[in-house]
Design a protein around this ligand. Structure first.
Ligand code: PAF
Length: 280
């Protein structure tokens, strides 16, 4: 496995692979890898001849008051993890390599980013769409892998790839959870022992929604109220949103009469965590 930091080096590797008719899978990440990322790399390994993992904490997708500076980083550990899972190449650029002086082109999206995280994090998806488009142009993969924990991001990237005729298969992979239910996330590392325990309220709320929907509840207000009541009983939790949206458009629905996504964002102390469940 090689680690490179320039666009030119990635292009050189990919050019050689394509000449040999090898398929290429891309796993875009911001590093500090865990088993959630591991499942994406493993899937990419199964489906492609070559696997590229990008590790780049993308400044453009963080708002001014967000955790860009404190976002956890550990390249050596990440490299060992990727090697173990059989990745072929890590692309680890500096911000200046991705955004040269005078950078002024962006990929923006409307409807799908109006709700959920798009509402709470206004610049986030513009940053995600821009960096993912750049990674697609640099690596030119056949397939790209994203986790369902960031369900809105996955829907946005699928939509972007379709809108902009990107000839790349977008593969979504299920949420990977800790044994006690907490969805794996690089941000879990911010949690104190007490907060780690309190964070279980997210998976409990999502499980409650799943049970209600499986038992035939169609009224979104009822489901959302029950979830909010459960979360509000946890003293360390503060709700950002609890919503049920159409799986494709990410617009809110009142009655479950189509495939939906029930998604939540909750602050545990200062750490904002997300979780979700698909239904319908
Ligand atoms: O999901 C992430 O880690 C990031 O949003 C992504 C897709 C790597 C873009 O920076």
């Amino acid at each position: 496995m090689k680690i490179v930091s320039t666009v030119a080096e990635v292009r050189e590797y990919v050019k050689t692979w394509k000449k040999q008719n090898k398929s290429v899978g891309l796993v875009p990440t911001m590093g500090y890898l865990h088993e959630g990322h591991g499942s994406l790399i493993t899937k990419a390994r199964e489906q492609n001849d070559k696997v590229v993992v990008s590790i780049f904490v993308n400044p453009m997708q963080f708002g001014p008051k967000e955790d860009l500076e404190s976002y956890p980083r550990d390249l050596d550990k990440d490299a060992a993890f990727c090697e173990e899972l059989g990745a072929d190449l890590i692309f680890h650029p500096e911000p200046e390599e991705m955004y040269h002086k005078g950078f002024s082109s962006f990929v923006d999206m409307t409807v799908l980013t109006e709700e959920l995280c798009g509402l709470s994090r206004p610049v986030h998806f513009r940053g995600v769409c821009t960096v993912v488009s750049k990674l697609f142009n640099i690596v030119t993969p056949d397939r790209a892998y994203f986790g369902e924990k960031d369900a809105q991001q996955l829907a946005v990237i699928r939509h972007m790839a379709d809108d902009l005729n990107m000839d790349i298969e977008i593969v979504g992979c299920p949420i990977i959870r800790e044994e006690d239910g907490l969805a794996k996330s690089s941000r879990n590392t911010y949690l104190s022992k007490e907060e780690r325990q309190a964070a279980l309220i997210l998976s409990k709320a999502v499980r409650l929604a799943k049970e209600m929907m499986e038992n035939g509840e169609k009224d979104c207000l009822k489901i959302i109220s029950a979830m909010k009541e459960l979360i509000e009983a946890e003293p360390l939790a503060r709700i950002d949103y609890v919503k049920i949206v159409d799986q494709l458009t990410m617009q809110q629905v009142e009655i479950i009469d189509r495939p939906v996504l029930c998604a939540i964002a909750v602050y545990i102390g200062k750490t904002r965590l997300i979780d979700n469940v698909y239904a319908g």
